[in-house]
Design a protein around this ligand. Structure first.
Ligand SMILES: NC(=O)C1=CN([C@@H]2O[C@H](COP(=O)(O)OP(=O)(O)OC[C@H]3O[C@@H](n4cnc5c(N)ncnc54)[C@H](O)[C@@H]3O)[C@@H](O)[C@H]2O)[C@@H](O)CC1
Ligand SMILES: [K+]
Length: 505
């Protein structure tokens, strides 16, 4: 399923009409019917449904919904939140159909009173404004939305909560706080941006007949990654495979104060299916973590002040991929290891403190032909871009893509909605995971799973998406079972990888 901006959605719409000849009023009929069907699944005949219809095509959807619901025996009516003359084009056509089917339209001047006296059992369908919103809502919509947000009614938004921008980057708006949103045709970008996502409530995206080609012609490819994509792309194992077929991974990191991080990454890499994993770290760290990952082998690296020190003893050629930086600390004496690893002919994952070292000298990436994967959280992404965290959170798609393209790297921007970006700018959002993952060690586990995934027979992009899916889904399955979001530990997430494999493969 595609994730789009408003402009891209209008492009899909235009392409579909031009190349297939489908008419806008038919798309509107499809959209309204699909949403009405979903409402019927949620609401009983005894409940009243009030559709708030605005002036544009979003309002047009509202008239189709009201007509379909009435024809199926539901008690639906429309409160038109704009003056009559503002209803034009396809919306006017569907308003006419609705009225011809004995539909009732209450005019705007009754609006305040109707909403003030609204029984809390009445279901509200918000079809006031869709992706055509421009700037802050003006009255009367502004005051209607303010009024509505104080009520506790079940509110179902059509396509997007009215007032909410579809595109990331907008801070000033007032929008309907929806209980559910049924998006039309494609997911709107702000469903995955931290400060706008909560407005959608629970959401679903409905197909209304746009042809696949309409999405394929988009310049920016953005999709969500779900269990379907995971099942479709995850490589099968053969009975004749040997350990060398599933990758030999090297993990470099660890310091006296953070030995556990490296242990988590190592164990996660093993649990997710790597053939062989070697942890390259200081002797002290090895002593601390060895029993936590008995299947790993270890490479003792020199240290200074309890931190790794640069050395040229690492034989990169023995491995298939490297993950670097986990719990490494920020001592300058460790920094040259980044350049050394980057000059190896291996795919390279840079995580945690490795990213801070990288920022000191981004030229280490120059000319690297093998894939480089960076796994920043928003704070680290902000540090790399010299921006505030707020800036990154406001436009995560844009900034992840910019960095990935500028430096020819894959970026896994971690968060409630992890965004995976290729050096060419293709993006996917992982939708598995829950608040239980917002804990220390969680990112270390992800890095281990990523290391394993990029060594399997799948593209780097698919490997990264699958790693994020496994990580999040492990947490989801664990909180449905013996754990809660409160007590879930990063080490539990490692063991939960087995549940993901057994459930989905
Ligand atoms: N072919 C398509 O792309 C389809 C689009 N559909 C619907 O059409 C919507 C887009 O329709 P439109 O382009 O007509 O736009 P909208 O219906 O989203 O909004 C446009 C209307 O909102 C008013 N408006 C804009 N900003 C405002 C503000 N700040 N304060 C108050 N009023 C404001 C404008 O005056 C205009 O009348 C989608 O969200 C979706 O619901 C569906 O009918 C299905 C098919
Ligand atoms: K809406």
């Amino acid at each position: 399923m595609y994730i789009v901006t408003a402009e891209e959605m209008y492009g899909i719409d235009q392409f579909s009409m031009k190349h297939t000849g489908v008419e806008a009023s038919i798309l509107m009929e499809n959209a309204g019917r699909e949403i009405a069907q979903r409402i019927m699944d949620m609401v009983g005949f005894e409940q009243s449904i009030l559709v708030l219809a605005g002036s544009g095509n979003n309002g047009g959807d509202g008239f189709v919904i009201a007509r379909t619901l009435r024809n199926m025996g539901y008690q639906a009516s429309v409160l038109q939140v704009v003056d009559d003359e503002k209803i034009t084009g396809h919306a006017a056509y569907h308003k006419h159909l609705y009225q011809k089917c004995d539909g009732i339209v209450d005019p705007l001047d009754k609006g305040r009173e109707i909403i003030e006296r609204l029984d809390k059992e009445v279901v509200v369908v918000d079809a006031m404004v869709g992706i055509g919103v421009k700037g802050m809502l003006r009255d009367p919509l502004h005051s209607i939305v303010t009024q509505l947000n104080q009520l506790e009614n079940l509110t179902i938004s059509v396509d997007i909560p009215s007032g909410l921008p579809a595109d990331e980057g907008e801070a000033d708006f007032i929008a309907v706080q929806a209980s559910h949103t049924f998006m039309i045709g494609a997911i709107k970008q702000t469903a995955f941006v931290q400060h706008t996502a909560p407005y959608y409530g629970e959401w679903d995206c409905l197909d209304i007949g746009f042809p696949t080609r309409a999405f394929e012609q988009l310049e920016n490819e953005r999709k969500i990654w779900t269990e379907k994509e995971f099942q479709h792309t995850f490589p099968k194992r053969s009975a004749y495979d040997h350990k060398g077929d599933h990758g030999k991974g090297l993990i470099i990191g660890g310091s006296a104060n953070m030995p556990g991080a490296l242990g988590l990454t190592t164990r996660a890499a093993l649990r997710s299916g790597a053939g062989l994993v070697t942890a390259g770290t200081t002797d002290k760290v090895i002593q601390r973590i060895a029993t936590f990952c008995p299947e790993a082998t270890f490479l003792t690296l020199p240290e200074e002040n309890d931190h790794l020190q640069y050395n040229d003893e690492i034989e990169y050629a023995k491995f298939d991929a490297v993950a670097l930086g986990i719990g490494m600390g920020r001592e300058a004496t460790s920094r040259p290891i980044i350049r050394q690893a980057a000059s190896s002919k291996l795919p390279l994952i840079i995580d945690g403190d490795g990213l801070t070292h990288l920022k000191e000298d981004l030229t280490v990436l120059d000319g690297k032909e093998e894939p480089v994967i960076l796994t920043p959280h928003p704070g680290e992404m902000a540090m790399l871009l010299e921006l505030s965290i707020k800036d990154v959170l406001m436009r995560p798609f844009y900034y992840a893509k910019k960095f990935a393209e500028d430096y020819n790297v894959y970026v896994v921007l971690k968060g409630a909605f992890t965004i995976i970006t290729t050096p060419e700018g293709k993006q996917a959002v992982n939708v598995s995971g829950n608040a239980g993952l917002a804990k220390g060690g969680s990112g270390d586990v992800l890095t281990g799973i990523i290391l394993t995934m990029i060594m399997q027979k799948q593209s780097i992009f698919e490997g990264l998406c699958n790693a994020c899916f496994i990580h999040g889904k492990s947490a989801d399955l664990l909180v449905q079972g013996q754990h809660s979001e409160h007590d879930l530990l990063a080490s539990d997430v490692i063991e939960g990888v087995s549940l993901v494999y057994r459930t989905f493969l």
